[in-house]
Ligand binder design. Structure first.
Ligand code: ADP
Ligand code: ADP
Length: 226
């Protein structure tokens, strides 16, 4: 069971910019929540605070009802994927995906079993021995997702993961991402500035503008409202 709750969260940068302005939002167990809004409206800052990479200036962020900053990082069960993939260039696909398990001290045999299973599910089972430079953009993104999912996180945070890919591949990966997260039952927060992406992927959409949460609802609800 993994829920995320923001309670009146504000982030003001040292230069006085209010990036996130009194945002409250509840994400349910297993829900696919899309955070939609133009560049600079504070979406990434929200994700980074949930991941514990930034502290809120005011307000609370709760994971399963517990304040995130009171949980030791290893107990947070959060994985995050970025648009630039951030793969380790000197490691093979297999080593990239298995790296979080290696860090947790999982033995090579069970590690490989888990890597093979997740790579198969993501359609990259044939390229496990390659390095990132030998992959297409879509394959790199699948490796980044595999590495994020390999420890079975309760919460999956994705920041514009498809923005560096061409439109055909984006459409394909949208469908893969939603089916993968639903299959795994993982609670997902997905950041995008692309309305079509939000409409096709979300269980619910949270619309942000200039740091403020403007609306939250199913795609049908938010696009019917005046
Ligand atoms: P989005 O993800 O919607 O594009 P961001 O959360 O990245 O928006 O940025 C929100 C605002 O906060 C922007 O004005 C941005 O310039 C500013 N900002 C983001 N990160 C920092 C930072 N580390 N220091 C200062 N300002 C930042
Ligand atoms: P995005 O919109 O995809 O979040 P940005 O270009 O806004 O990307 O930010 C890239 C990085 O730069 C992030 O780590 C962000 O925190 C940081 N950043 C953004 N704006 C500022 C700023 N005004 N001052 C310092 N760091 C910033």
């Amino acid at each position: 069971m993994s829920t995320v709750a923001l309670k009146e969260v504000t982030k003001i940068w040292p230069d006085g910019t209010t990036a996130v302005d009194n945002v409250s939002l509840d994400v349910q167990d297993g829900e696919f929540m899309v955070l939609l809004g133009p560049s600079g409206c504070g979406k990434s800052t929200v994700l980074r605070m949930i991941a514990g990479l930034e502290d809120p200036t005011r307000g609370d962020i709760l994971l399963n009802g517990e304040p995130v900053l009171e949980l030791p990082p290893r107990d947070r069960s959060i994985a995050m994927v970025f648009q630039d993939f951030a793969l380790y260039p000197h490691m093979t696909v297999s080593e990239n995906i298995g790296f979080p398990l290696k860090l947790s001290g999982i033995e090579p045999a069970p590690r490989q079993e888990r890597v093979d299973a997740i790579a198969g599910a993501l359609g990259i089972g044939e390229v496990l021995a390659r390095r990132p430079s030998q992959l297409s953009g879509g394959q790199r993104q699948r490796v980044a997702m595999g590495r994020a999912m390999v420890r079975r996180p309760g919460i999956f945070l994705m920041d514009e993961p498809l923005s560096n890919l061409d439109s055909g591949l984006r459409a394909e990966l949208r469908a893969e991402i939603t089916s993968m997260t639903r299959e795994l039952g993982v609670t997902t927060m997905y950041v995008t500035h692309d309305q079509a992406e939000a409409l096709t992927m979300a269980d619910r959409v949270a619309i942000m503008r200039k740091g403020v949460l403007q609306d939250v609802g199913t795609p049908t609800e938010v696009y019917r409202r005046p």
